[in-house]
Design a protein around this ligand. Structure first.
Ligand SMILES: Cc1cc2nc3c(=O)[nH]c(=O)nc-3n(C[C@H](O)[C@H](O)[C@H](O)COP(=O)(O)OP(=O)(O)OC[C@H]3O[C@@H](n4cnc5c(N)ncnc54)[C@H](O)[C@@H]3O)c2cc1C
Length: 789
């Protein structure tokens, strides 16, 4: 009897109270709600704007613990219209031909004037502007394709084209401009008559850009001879891309209204305005020199510069709304710009390095056959496949109308980091060829400048620690934002109802994830969902994502429950949770790309390598959270629940790495898909072009060498020499013996010539500066050596 009384009291009564909504809402919810309000970390307006800006998408599925694969797989493959394809094939290619990265850097210290003029005239600066204003109205995917291709030629060119199409005057005008502002500026921006820049960063407000000290004081002043209400702005900005040559300055500053000239209740704060750089008091022109890169970048300042109110983007009613505007526009732009430039740089690195590995011999063996080199090559190929997949899926999200705040941060961080890894591996493989600067070095500049992509549009450490998970945990979580909104609602009754619904939904969510996490762990996730049409060879990866997504969701809630507001400061915990979420996004993008490309069997090694690597990294991230979790008991319990038999996912093995390295060194459709839409010059002055030409002849050269082996063994011929004069004599002898046809002799000679150009390293006379200048003048006046292949 006593036993049953205890059971009823401990289980039955709480079950009835929690199970009957009316009882629960009157007896339980108000207390939890009050507690929640007390422990919720304080949030500033700028933090709230950042959190609420943009939309959630596939990240929310990954957060749910049950991603809906069919939804993802049914999304269209990103494609170009006929007009976009033609622009890529003709105008973008031509612009690439007008720029030589070495020349721009060494001679012009900028993009050559004809190339920049061509970019302006042909509408490269107006790719995101609608046709009604004379713009190209390209899709986000096309925009990404353009920036990516330009990056395979010159990163400085890509940056100068990218910035006007990213967060800046055009984007802000499109969303918030008055009709008058749009009608005046958008056609001028589309036609390249205005060069825009956007200035937010100040010397003492970098990552914490909401802390800018630049001010606009509301006051009366004279504009065009008339007394008018306006702002007296003082600013000091740095790092502004296109700033030194801009004609139109987008400026963020803080409005203050000491004389109360604005209507009562106007919410002063961060505000954005457009200022012609010819306006009196605007200081531009000086340049920074970012790691030797020559895109235009520099400081701007102004002291007590008076502007009329109608120069504020969107007019006076947009005073104080600048931060929200920037956060909303950043979500889309960040998904395109730096992921695209990083993929372009990685394609350049992979094209040049993989060809070099196949043609460069040491110890009488192509270096790409050494296991150590294959290990680095495999990382390059696997990373590039996944980077490109992530770029495409993120651009697709923007084309579908999303402003993917979390996904764009994931793409920015992980694609730029992998870009850096690809370039590092390429440099290690190239050896001295990558070290010595000169026109024959195709990777040295990329290596020098890769930290730029890491730093801009949200420096990567901050993006990893604060943005991906900090925003993701709240934005993409199915319940947390609703709970937070409820606490902010002034209507107590409505707030409690909303909170009750969200909170108990949240409790059910946690219980379901715990049960599913254990079930998946015990069964190897064999029942986790797989899309209906999935390639059976990839089914295990979908299941693995299901399992890790459940584990991630449970660990996220555990961390929020145990650490509460402290989680914001425990960046190493939240960064690892963000890493796990990011890896699941990258795997999703890779699996979708494989399906979109028509399940190409030859591409499978890239998919297997990159997915296994990312699942292993996701698992390491979750293990890192558990290892460092402050509450050891809870960490132990969660580990037993989610990983009772240890960590399940191994790194890609050596055989798989070897398959990837061989695929990269095999000419054909799979390699072309990996390198698709990169620029390849048809000029023998370009080291990458020379490498490709030698690489293309390699199968024929290998076949000849193989055929002649018996003759070499029998002593009829010496071993085939690599260098031209010796090869010439050797092949003449072989022809005279009837072992080689004249045509084969020509093939060998071409191969040796292209290889020679490809392995060539520049040298200069002792006075390096003068020598580099002279070499440049010689190169610039020499005609292009155009190939006829
Ligand atoms: C080449 C270049 C071009 C640029 N173009 C523009 C432009 O056109 N317009 C414009 O307005 N700005 C521009 N910027 C500014 C750029 O966006 C900022 O540099 C960037 O946001 C970082 O600011 P910072 O360099 O002052 O670094 P800081 O803010 O000083 O950061 C230093 C380090 O601290 C880390 N950090 C900061 N806060 C946190 C945190 N809470 N948690 C963890 N780590 C943190 C950062 O990740 C970084 O590693 C450009 C910068 C460069 C270098």
């Amino acid at each position: 009897m006593i036993f049953w009384t205890i059971v009823v009291l401990l289980i039955g009564v709480p079950a009835v109270i929690l199970g009957v909504p009316a009882l629960r809402r009157s007896l339980v919810t108000p207390h939890i709600f009050a507690l929640f309000k007390r422990i919720l970390p304080a949030m500033s307006d700028t933090e709230r704007d950042a959190l609420e800006a943009g939309t959630t998408w596939w990240d929310a599925d990954l957060f749910s613990g049950r991603p809906d694969w069919d939804k993802l797989m049914k999304l269209p493959k990103p494609t170009l219209t006929a007009e976009e394809q033609s622009f890529l094939d003709v105008e973008v290619r031509h612009l690439c031909e007008l720029v030589d990265d070495w020349e721009s850097t060494q001679v012009w210290q900028g993009i050559p004037a004809p190339a920049w003029q061509y970019a302006r005239d042909k509408g490269f600066l107006g790719m995101i502007i609608p046709r009604e204003y004379g713009g190209k109205a390209f899709s986000a995917y096309m925009h990404s394709q353009v920036v990516m291709q330009l990056s395979t030629r010159s990163s400085a060119l890509a940056v100068q084209v990218m910035v006007p199409n990213s967060l800046g005057p055009a984007e802000l005008l499109l969303h918030y401009g008055t009709e008058e502002q749009k009608n005046y500026y958008l056609p001028r921006l589309a036609a390249g008559k205005e060069i825009p820049c956007f200035a937010l960063t100040s010397p003492y407000a970098g990552s914490d850009a909401a802390a800018i000290p630049d001010t606009g004081v509301v006051c009366m002043g004279t504009h065009e001879g008339r007394e008018t209400l306006g702002l007296r702005i003082t600013w000091n900005k740095r790092y502004i891309t296109l700033g030194p040559i801009a004609t139109l300055l987008g400026l963020a500053f803080r409005v203050v209204d000491p004389d109360r000239l604005l209507p009562p209740g106007t919410d002063t704060g961060i505000t954005c305005a457009l200022i012609p750089t010819t306006h009196e008091g605007v200081v531009i022109g000086r340049r920074h020199w970012p790691l030797g890169a020559v895109f235009q970048n520099g400081p701007t300042s102004g002291k007590d510069v008076f502007i009329p109110m109608n120069w504020i983007i969107g007019g006076p009613q947009q005073i104080g709304k600048g931060w929200r505007m920037l956060m909303e526009c950043l979500a889309a732009g960040r998904a395109i710009s730096l992921p695209s430039t990083s993929v372009g740089t990685a394609k350049l690195a992979v094209r040049g390095t993989s060809a070099y590995c196949a043609i460069r011999r040491q110890f009488k063996t192509p270096i790409g056959k050494f296991e150590g080199v294959q290990e680095a090559l495999a990382r390059m190929g696997g990373n590039l496949y996944m980077m490109d997949a992530t770029r495409k899926l993120s651009a697709l999200a923007v084309d579908l109308g999303e402003k993917p705040a979390v996904i764009s941060a994931i793409a920015k961080y992980h694609v730029t980091e992998r870009g850096r890894a690809v370039v590092n591996d390429g440099m290690d493989i190239l050896g001295g060829k990558g070290i010595c600067m000169g026109p024959s070095n195709f990777l040295g500049r990329a290596y020098q400048q890769i930290p730029i992509a890491i730093t801009v549009e949200g420096a990567n450490i901050l993006t990893r620690c604060l943005i991906i998970f900090g925003q993701g945990a709240i934005r993409a979580h199915p319940y947390v934002l609703r709970e937070m909104h409820a606490t902010a609602d002034k209507d107590q009754r409505r707030a409690e109802l909303e909170f009750d619904d969200a909170f108990f939904g949240h409790v059910r969510f946690v219980c379901a994830n715990a049960a599913r996490g254990l079930w998946y762990a015990l069964t190897g996730a064999s029942s986790a969902p797989v899309p209906q049409q999935a390639d059976p060879a990839m089914a295990g990866y979908y299941r693995a994502v299901g399992r890790m997504s459940t584990a991630f969701a449970l660990l996220t809630d555990t961390s929020m429950f145990v650490l509460g507001g402290e989680l914001k400061r425990r960046e190493r915990i939240s960064a690892r949770l963000g890493d796990a979420l990011s890896m699941l996004y990258l795997v999703s993008a890779t699996l979708k790309r494989f399906e979109d490309d028509g399940r190409q069997a030859d591409d499978a090694p890239y998919v297997h390598w990159s997915v296994q690597d990312a699942l292993h990294k996701a698992q390491l991230a979750l293990a890192g959270v558990l290892d460092n979790f402050p509450n050891r008991f809870i960490a132990g319990a969660v580990r037993v629940l989610l990983f009772p038999f240890g960590m399940p996912y191994a790194e890609p093995n050596d055989d798989l790495g070897g398959d990837v390295a061989r695929a990269m060194q095999t000419a054909g459709p799979s390699r072309e898909r990996l390198l698709a839409d990169g620029f390849l010059a048809d000029d023998l002055r370009d080291p990458v072009a020379c490498g490709e030409l030698a690489f293309a002849l390699l199968p024929q050269v290998d076949a000849i060498e193989h055929r002649l082996k018996p003759a070499v063994r029998a002593g009829q011929l010496g071993a085939m020499p690599q260098t031209l004069p010796l090869l010439d004599q050797w092949s003449a002898h072989a022809v005279s013996l009837g072992l080689l046809t004249p045509e084969e002799r020509r093939t060998l000679a071409d191969f040796a010539r292209f290889t020679d150009l490809s392995v060539h390293v520049d040298d200069f006379s002792p006075d390096l500066n003068a020598a580099v200048d002279a070499e440049q003048r010689r190169r610039m006046t020499a005609p292009a050596i155009v190939l006829e292949v």
